[in-house]
Design a protein around this ligand. Structure first.
Ligand SMILES: [Zn+2]
Length: 357
């Protein structure tokens, strides 16, 4: 059977900056007050009369000359005279937004529509990991959760396990690996990252296990549990699935999932999400944070790079970049991060309690 369908992430597509879309379609939007204007594709427009609204709560266009307007997808369809599917496909491929395909077999090329240039087909189709494969692995039995339970209430850690769907994995005769799922806003499991941590808080503090991680998606496709040709999306934040569930909460954005978890335990007033690595701080990854208040807390060694990157996305969300980790880092710890700080503070509190019973 080779049934295939494409599901476009229309929420994300409509969240792409409408002026950026207009620019990519050959328009030259210019500022008019707080908004921008470009020529209207709905009528013969010689002077720019289409207003592009990009305030935090809206991302759409409206023409005061002809009364037409709409969303990013509406604008793209009208501008290029494309169907809904063509517009979604072009937006997805141009802005790197994943398309969910209902088939694991390669898609037949779509016939070109007559009379207009066909948008380029998406090169890769992503496979999502079936929820049942994670379900049985969700638990607090991993070394990281055990470590966190030494510092925080077990119920708080167990709650975190359910929220972030943390799991436990055994391999190579070793137990207690932590599974960090990347679940997108639509609840699809993009991939599962596996890492090992020391249970002792003091050594966990210095174990920055970058590079020693493994992805279960790839491993399971090698083992034949998932299709051999499966491709997994990397455009997903750790904790992304929680973003729409807490629409009023300020988001705290960090690099490693471990930082997000320690942050969530210590400062639950924020909704903690993680990019997974330094280089993943990209517009397409941060789109689910559109319009939100976001505190960005880079690790000590990434403050300048992240501040520079975030400055190019000021239209996306209300970002504040904090140099907290750099200010708090001891001289001998260039990779100091928020989890290190929390562990350090906890250790000092416990020591103080021991000294002054
Ligand atoms: Zn118009």
């Amino acid at each position: 059977m080779n049934m295939s369908y494409e599901h476009y992430d229309t929420v994300r597509l409509n969240a792409i900056s409408i002026s950026e879309v207009a620019r990519r379609l050959g328009e030259n939007p210019r500022r008019a007050g707080v908004n921008q204007v470009c020529t209207c594709p709905w009528h013969e427009d010689r002077h720019p009369s289409l207003t592009l609204y990009e305030r935090t709560d809206e991302n759409r266009c409206h023409c005061f000359a002809c009364g037409h307007g709409g969303s990013v997808i509406d604008f793209t369809m009208q501008h290029e005279n494309w169907t809904f599917q063509e517009a979604c496909r072009w937006l997805s491929s141009t802005f790197g937004i994943l398309v969910h395909s209902g088939s694991w077999q390669s898609r037949q090329p779509t016939p070109k529509p007559a009379g207009k240039p066909a948008p380029q087909a998406i090169q890769s189709e992503y496979t999502y990991i079936p929820a049942e494969m994670l379900e049985n692995l969700v638990s607090a039995d991993n070394s990281l959760c055990q470590c966190m339970m030494q510092m925080f209430r077990s119920e708080a850690v167990e709650n975190l396990v359910m929220e972030y769907q943390l799991g436990t994995y055994s391999m190579n005769g070793q137990d207690g690996y932590t599974i960090f799922p990347n679940i997108d806003t639509q609840g699809r499991i993009c991939n599962l990252k596996v890492q090992h941590y020391d249970t002792d808080p003091e050594s966990a503090r210095f174990s920055h296990s970058d590079g020693h991680c493994l992805w279960l998606g790839k491993m399971w496709s090698k083992e034949g549990r998932l299709p051999a040709e499966a491709e997994f999306s990397s455009v997903c934040l750790f904790g992304e699935h929680l973003v729409p569930h807490y629409p009023a909460q300020t988001v705290a954005l960090v690099e490693s999932p471990k930082n997000a978890l320690f942050g969530a335990l210590q400062m639950p007033q924020y909704l903690w999400v993680a990019t997974g690595n330094k280089g993943a701080l990209k517009r397409e990854v941060l789109l689910p944070l559109q319009g939100r208040d976001v505190i960005v807390i880079p690790d000590c060694d990434a403050v300048d790079d992240w501040a520079k990157t975030i400055a190019t996305m000021a239209d996306l969300a209300n970002f504040i970049v904090s140099d907290f980790c750099r200010r708090k880092a001891p001289a001998d710890q260039p990779k100091f991060d928020i989890a290190d700080y929390i562990v350090q503070q906890k250790a000092e509190t416990i020591l103080a309690d021991c000294n002054h019973p």
